[in-house]
Design a protein around this ligand. Sequence first.
Ligand code: SF4
Ligand code: SF4
Length: 454
Amino acid sequence: MKYERKTFPGGTHIIDYKGFTNSLETVAAEAPVRAYIPMSMHIGAPSRPLVEIGEEVKMGQKVAESQGFVSVPAHASVSGKVVAIHRMPIPNGRMVDTIVIENDFRDEWLTPLRQLPRDTVNAMDKAALQAKVLEAGVVGMGGATFPSHVKYVVPQDGKKVEVIILNGIECEPFLTADHRLMLEQPEKIISGLKYLLRMTDCQRGVIAIEENKMDAFELMIKLTENEPQIETVVCMEKYPQGSEKQLINAITGKEVPPGGLPIDVGVLVNNVATAAAIADAVEWEKPLIDRIVTLNGNAIKKPMNYRVRIGTLYEDLIAQSGGVIGETVKIISGGPMMGFAVYSTAIPVMKGTSGILVFNEESHVLKRETEGPCVRCARCVDACPMRLEPTTLMKAAKKSDWNRAKEYDITSCMECGCCSYVCPSMIPLVQYIRLAKQYVMSKDGNGAVNPFLV
Ligand code: SF4
Ligand code: SF4
């Protein structure tokens, strides 16, 4: 059957490198000897520890409570004893208070997991559903880590939710965690979407999947054919198709205004993994204590999709996979386009960790030629999905010309990296722009010289 492929203006076609893991079933990773539970696995106020050193905890036990409205609790991903509470780095480099639990390998749940009776779930009103999402500590699992209950509790200042889009695009190369989830637990994703629709009185849900995952698309089409409120659509394989604003544009034709939110155009977007976590929270009262992570890259001996306990160290997961080949030259948390390069593997898997990529010196993915002069080809301009002029922004950044950078709307750059990817002169445009953007947005960004660029 032929399907209309939806997309957005701009962007670029990139090699997806998903073939290493997209057909591999998810494997349960070994539970860690020690689980490291950071207090900031979400956007917003950090969680506050509820446990003390020496205290015994059970699996699923709330070990930290939310502080304030934009915050979520954190839960033990293993049973055992709290042996430390100290600061340690998380994937973005920040130092964060972290609860360390020594695993007793009994996997004893605080409350044994059991599925709630269907009648009980059906009787939940909006407030009850939202409370389950908050209690389970669910956040956006596509990387944004925005607390999910906030998105759905506050709507919206009287704004109506016309459509909820589930993001199953996963356009970053190498990552296949969402793909596997859609193939292995599609019913859970659909249930999660139904709860989101109920929470917002919304009548239309769309599951959006990129065309390099047609097996998942066809499965979802089949499973939703008798769901009048739910539609499954296929999107063109193009980067950054999974970016929120670009996805909204592809599905609805609407543009989120600069500085605005999806709800301004009647849309809410959630990742498919978030929807599955919401179904777990509502139907099983299961807190978010594990997730699927893709381990990939040419230095990984055995690329794999793992279901990983939150708090497992990157190095433990890599060791389980047989370790690395050659000399590691780069480790990326997330995808290669928008993920973070990390300087240590002694950092924990968090709620937003979709992938860990490890590359050695043989990787052609990382090879870059020396930066050449701008030849004014305008390829970067054509590729920019935000309709910016990356070449102008780069030149403004190099001259520390903040007024020009602001005039050309540097703060609208979402750092997708399309401009760098297409530049024939190998200019690292996004790096220049990212530094300049941070400088413009900082309080010192008025007329000062950017110390990184002189
Ligand atoms: S793509 Fe590179 S060479 Fe072409 S205009 Fe942009 S910065 Fe210049
Ligand atoms: S300028 Fe920013 S938004 Fe535009 S292509 Fe470059 S990184 Fe992406």
